[in-house]
Design a protein around this ligand. Structure first.
Ligand code: AP5
Ligand code: ZN
Length: 214
């Protein structure tokens, strides 16, 4: 399986990826997670990316494409992967096509777009809490940790992402509709594309994903 997850911020791409990687033994590659790690490590990429991320804007294509080229060099991609948050622009989609064909000698097997309305997105992202240590994602109402504010896996204190304030979420949604949503047309012609209603309980969404992946 080489899957691309499309869908607005907070559609549940990360939540569903966590289930898929367990069952299908593939790796999840999230450009958002890679960027947040670069910001935390204080690399030059991180410093440059932070300004765009905090403003709810896309990080420039060249930075993202170079970061993904490097990520794909790792052997763990060979048994299958989920792309979560990449590609987000036509330029990124074209660069991905060429990387897959020329360097990885493989191709995308499935593209799934999780569809969720804007107001649901706002509720999900404002209530999202993440574990800074293991990356687990929770929601204060929809998916709370057992002990409020503390990760189930490692007892770490959960944090609220800098870009999960309502104002920034609305900007991210605007960018999604103007730019990333156009990729549905790009991939719609491939015969590998499916749209799924993401506004359902996580286990119901996952059941539909499994039907698609087989
Ligand atoms: P990124 O980290 O990719 O953020 P995003 O696309 O906005 O997506 P999220 O990770 O926020 O959401 P998700 O769909 O994974 O939802 P989740 O499962 O967590 O990008 C951040 C920034 O980095 C961008 O703004 C940009 O600046 C930059 N960037 C990244 N990639 C880039 C690229 N390729 N090019 C340029 N710039 C890039 O769920 C959300 C919440 O809802 C959670 O609290 C969860 O518990 C809850 N939830 C999930 N599913 C359900 C459900 N079924 N029912 C109820 N609640 C649910
Ligand atoms: Zn944790």
């Amino acid at each position: 399986i080489n899957l691309i997850f499309l869908g607005p911020p907070g559609a549940g791409k990360g939540t569903q990826s966590a289930r898929i990687i367990d069952d299908y033994k593939v790796v999840q590659i999230s450009t958002g997670d890679l960027l947040r790690a670069a910001v935390k490590a204080g690399t030059s990429l991180g410093k440059e990316a932070k300004v765009y991320m905090d403003g709810g804007q896309l990080v420039p294509d060249t930075l993202i494409i170079n970061m993904m080229k490097e990520r794909f060099e790792s052997d763990d991609c060979k048994n299958g992967f989920i792309l979560d948050g990449f590609p987000r622009t036509t330029a990124q989609a074209e660069a991905l096509d060429s990387m897959l064909e020329n360097e990885l000698k493989t191709s995308i097997t499935h593209i799934i777009s999780l569809e969720v309305d804007d107001e649901v997105v706002v509720k999900r992202n404002t209530g999202r809490r993440v574990c800074p240590k293991c990356g687990a994602t929770y929601h204060i109402k929809f998916n709370p940790s057992k002990e409020g504010g503390i990760c189930d896996n490692d007892s770490e204190t959960l944090v609220h992402r800098d870009d999960d304030r309502e104002e920034t979420i609305r900007k991210r949604l605007g960018v999604y509709h103007e730019t990333t949503a156009l990729l549905k047309d790009y991939y719609g012609k491939t015969g590998k594309f499916a749209e799924l209603n993401g506004d359902d309980a996580p286990e119901n969404v996952y059941a539909k994903i499994k039907e698609i992946l087989g």
